[in-house]
Write a protein that binds this ligand. Structure first.
Ligand SMILES: Nc1nc2c(ncn2[C@@H]2O[C@H](COP(=O)(O)OP(=O)(O)OP(=O)(O)O)[C@@H](O)[C@H]2O)c(=O)[nH]1
Ligand SMILES: [Mg+2]
Ligand SMILES: [Zn+2]
Length: 321
């Protein structure tokens, strides 16, 4: 039997699993002829000079030597590249994703500021955010409910699920998101249990997992590269390395969607361009005064808006040089 029966030209088709310096590991589609029985085989191809990200569908020359096409992306999760030397560069974490799981561990109090930032990033990607509170086996119900309520108040209508990769609680609910062959990227700080969750959902131990420091419950940055994993039945998971801070990259309406409550209130401010500082008849400030909106939430949004504006200025100056 031929190794890869794909297109008439014998080109190979696959999905990028991992990227290492100059090389892409991809899951090469086998048996496309028989749609019921698609399987994958791991292969590697040079990717120098080609803009590829994990999750991209690629076409590779029949000899397997080079990528000859990248299918246009349906969605992409982008953040600002973290290293100083690349201040004006964006980094595509993952492409062609349908859902983003924002993972937070119940073993530490929820970091609402971090969650807000992740929500902006997820909304901007074009995928659907879902909050996943991990390690439910490590806390009692009271603490779990407190965290759940805080997270629901921060994420406004975004689904929130409580799960444990140890007891299996909530995993069936998460599996529903893979229906129809969807792709789910998992984001979150180091040590929250992203890789453990991938293993629990795939029923394998493909992902390396690591301990956490007892002193501050921080992870040890066990996962070092973004990695796409197919699920046994349908769908795909993308494991990502935990990062300390997520840098925003300007695009779309992420902030408006993550802070829809404030944008909604602002429609009733007297001035269209109200900054919610000193202006008279400010609906946002009156909501804070009456206890309907937390000031910390407005401050958080203001910081993110300023961060985006600063980035846009930097980009303009950079392009002018
Ligand atoms: N009790 C309990 N421990 C868990 C659970 N999920 C993960 N852990 C533990 O948390 C630690 C970190 O898990 P990982 O899956 O490596 O975390 P990660 O988010 O992938 O971390 P990075 O790869 O560093 O970003 C490991 O010791 C896991 O065994 C859970 O549901 N319950
Ligand atoms: Mg990991
Ligand atoms: Zn206002």
């Amino acid at each position: 039997m031929r190794d890869s029966m794909v297109t008439g030209d014998d080109q190979l088709v696959g999905r990028v699993k991992r990227i290492d310096r100059g090389w892409s590991t991809f899951l090469c589609v086998q048996n496309l002829v028989d749609e019921e029985m698609v399987s994958f085989r791991e292969r590697r191809v040079r990717n120098l000079g080609v803009d590829v990200a994990v999750g991209d569908w690629i076409v590779v020359a029949a000899d397997g030597e080079r990528i000859i096409g990248v299918v246009p992306r349906q969605s992409r999760l982008v953040r600002r590249a973290s290293s100083e030397g690349m201040r004006y560069e964006s980094q595509t974490i993952a492409a062609n994703i349908d859902v983003v799981f924002l993972a937070h561990g119940l073993d530490t109090p929820p970091n609402r500021r971090r969650l807000e930032r992740e929500l902006v990033l997820a909304f901007d990607s074009g995928a659907r955010p879902v909050v996943v509170l991990t390690k439910s086996d490590t806390v009692d119900e009271e603490r779990s409910i407190l965290a759940f309520d805080a997270v629901v108040a921060t994420s406004l209508g975004v689904p929130v699920h409580v799960v444990s990769s140890v007891t299996g609680e909530g995993l069936d609910v998460l599996r529903q998101y893979t229906r129809g062959g969807a792709t789910i990227a998992i984001l979150g700080a180091s040590g929250v249990g992203k890789s453990t969750l991938v293993n629990a959902l795939t029923g394998t131990d493909s992902q390396e997992t690591g301990g956490i420091r007892l002193s501050d419950k921080r992870g040890r940055h066990t996962t070092t590269a973004v990695d796409l994993v197919p699920l046994p039945d349908e769908g795909w998971l993308i494991d990502t390395p935990g990062v300390r801070a997520v840098g925003l990259w300007t695009s779309g309406h992420g902030i408006e969607r993550a802070f829809a409550d404030i944008f909604h209130l602002a429609e009733r401010c007297r001035f269209r361009d109200c900054k919610h500082h000193q202006e008279p008849d400010c609906a946002v400030r009156s909501a804070i005064a009456t206890g309907h909106l937390e000031k910390s939430r407005l401050d958080s949004m203001t910081r993110l808006v300023e961060e985006e504006a600063a980035l846009e200025r930097e980009q303009r100056n950079y392009n002018r040089k």
